[in-house]
Write a protein that binds this ligand. Structure first.
Ligand code: ADP
Ligand code: MG
Length: 543
């Protein structure tokens, strides 16, 4: 009984009411404004210099690499120009040791090696062609890059971007900590390792995963208007949205096209309300933060995203296990237990280890509605070494996990709702009947049951949105968002490489250089190079 009562008390602490949601939205709007006025604010509102979103007619073959936080994804994307695409993809977990490597080189070498094996496995012709070409060019200056893969690098950490393929790391988040990378250009770090392996790859664009998600959603979603917001709910959380240039009061240093009157801003909302003006702050949140690598930073993210939800739950469970009067995962008398066997928790259970509880089990808990919670109980056994958990144990686990998950979804609605209100689209006649489109990506929003439904429920409670407004908001998964988005931005980058000679010019030059070398063998080798169109909105490379 003590367990049930204690569970109730804890669940209440994670309650995030409609009134709280509204207070949160007001503060979010205030911090949006602050970030538009000046730099150095908690929500950075980083200008991306991307001033337009795609419309689905873009074409070409590109490489994309996504360093998320948990996984490294390498893919190639063929944009077909009709809202559709084909994607080839490989994925690897980022080893924990590399997240805290001594030098940035170790991490970027790992990425380059994965690009190497991906190209050899899926684009061997292209690779071999490149090698052959290199061998035939004895003069390195005669080498031209028109057959090089343009790569969009999705790097989901805060960077100060100063060019389409140049950005300096501001700080690590999500448990990464490689001090020697701070302040360095992450594209240059990657290009260096790619060049060491002699790969035909140019890091053409640096992409934040949120911007990529926004781009991908705009490319694939039908309808007259593009998406307003791209949002991530994965290891971390963040969003990028389209803001009117006239609202951006702080100076914009880079070059950009003013014709659309808009620019995509990367909010870095993971750091919304670091000062804790309005965010809920239980003793469990406090403990998580104080034991994290970056106390006082990413305070919104620490209440919302996949990396942290499991850890909050774990901290709650540890506090319950320390209270001997509560009897969680513990009974001396097997008759207390409907499985008639003694419940124990192994000392090596993940519950006793920092980051030892993956948020994924919270999805299992939320999904299990069987009368005896059999699935969850098996999962507690297999994932967390809790032997023969009782029904009461599973009920407590499920109730607390669900409260943490629900609070996360309702906090997510604060961010989404505030940005919808900031856009003014709900009252903009130009929007007409078109839904306000939002692309989302990340394992949490994709797999946690009813995460979007819970977001919608909270959106309905927001003043200025309501039931009617919430119905006009369309939140859709941007499937493969980071890959497609990175490809789209690499395409934009390729079309910006104006100063480079066109492919035709390069080819002419290559031929004349080859002729100068007066070798028939070399010339014929050069002639085997397929003809190439300009990189502009066409096939940027030939595979
Ligand atoms: P990344 O952030 O690297 O792009 P993901 O979007 O896959 O990767 O997010 C990984 C995060 O999502 C991890 O923190 C993991 O614990 C969490 N996660 C994975 N599956 C689930 C799930 N079914 N329910 C809740 N969280 C999940
Ligand atoms: Mg991701």
């Amino acid at each position: 009984m003590a367990l049930a009562a204690e569970t109730k008390r804890i669940v209440a602490q994670f309650e995030y009411s409609d009134a709280d949601v509204n207070i949160g939205v007001k503060e979010f709007l205030r911090q949006i404004d602050e970030g538009l006025e000046k730099s150095g604010t908690s929500m950075s509102q980083i200008p991306t210099y991307v001033t337009a979103v795609p419309n689905g007619t873009e074409k070409g073959l590109y490489l994309a690499v996504d360093l998320g936080g948990t996984n490294l994804r390498v893919c190639s994307v063929r944009l077909n120009g009709d809202n559709s695409f084909n994607l080839t993809y490989s994925k690897a977990a980022v080893p924990k040791s590399l997240m805290v490597a001594k030098t940035a080189k170790e991490l970027f070498q790992f990425i380059a090696q994965h690009i190497d094996s991906f190209i050899k496995e899926h684009h061997y012709d292209h690779y071999e062609h490149h090698v052959r070409r290199r061998e035939t060019m004895s003069n390195p200056e005669g080498y031209r890059d028109e057959h090089i893969f343009r790569l969009g690098f999705t790097f989901s950490f805060p960077v100060q971007q100063v060019g389409i393929n140049k950005g300096f790391l501001i700080r690590w988040t999500k448990g990464f900590d490689i001090p020697d990378a701070i302040g360095k250009d992450v594209c240059a770090l990657l290009q260096e390792e790619i060049d060491i392996l002699h790969l035909p790859v140019k890091v053409a664009a640096l992409v934040n995963d949120t911007v990529g998600t926004l781009m991908a959603r705009s490319y694939t979603s039908p309808g007259k208007t593009g998406a307003l917001l791209g949002a991530i709910f994965g290891t971390g959380t963040n969003g990028a949205y389209i803001e009117k240039l006239s609202n951006i009061k702080k100076p914009l240093e880079g070059e950009y096209d003013t014709s659309t009157g808009e620019m995509v801003l990367n909010t870095e909302w993971g750091s919304f309300d670091n000062q804790l003006n309005v965010l809920p702050n239980t003793t469990f949140d406090i403990k998580l933060d104080s034991e994290s690598v970056n106390p006082g930073i990413q305070m919104f993210e620490k209440r919302v995203s996949g990396m942290f939800l499991g850890e909050i739950l774990r901290i709650v469970l540890v506090s319950l296990l320390q209270d001997k009067s509560v009897q969680l995962f513990h009974d001396d008398n097997s008759s207390h237990n409907d499985w008639k066997s003694t419940t124990t928790i192994a000392p090596e259970s993940g519950i006793f280890k920092k980051w030892g509880l993956d948020s994924a089990i919270m999805s299992v808990a939320a999904l299990d509605n069987t009368p005896d919670l059999g699935t969850l109980r098996q999962e507690l056994d297999s994932q967390l070494d809790v032997y023969s958990p009782s029904m009461e144990d599973a009920q407590a686990f499920k109730a607390i996990a669900s409260a943490i998950g629900r609070r996360a979804a309702r906090l997510s609605a604060v961010a989404v709702g505030a940005i919808v209100l900031q856009s003014g689209k709900l009252t903009d006649p130009a929007q007409g009947d078109e839904p306000i489109d939002i692309g989302v990506d990340g394992s949490l929003v994709e797999h946690y049951p009813h995460f979007r439904t819970m977001i919608y429920d909270a959106l309905k409670a927001i003043d200025g949105i309501g039931e009617v407004g919430a119905e006009r908001i369309r939140i859709g998964i941007a499937k493969d968002g980071s890959g497609v988005g990175a490809a789209l931005i690499a395409l934009v980058a390729a079309s910006m490489e104006k100063k480079q000679p066109t492919a035709e010019e390069s080819l002419k030059q290559v031929r004349s250089e080859a002729l100068l070398q007066n070798s028939g063998r070399q010339l014929s080798a050069v002639n085997e190079v397929p003809e190439q169109t300009t990189p502009n909105n066409e096939e940027a490379i030939d595979a």
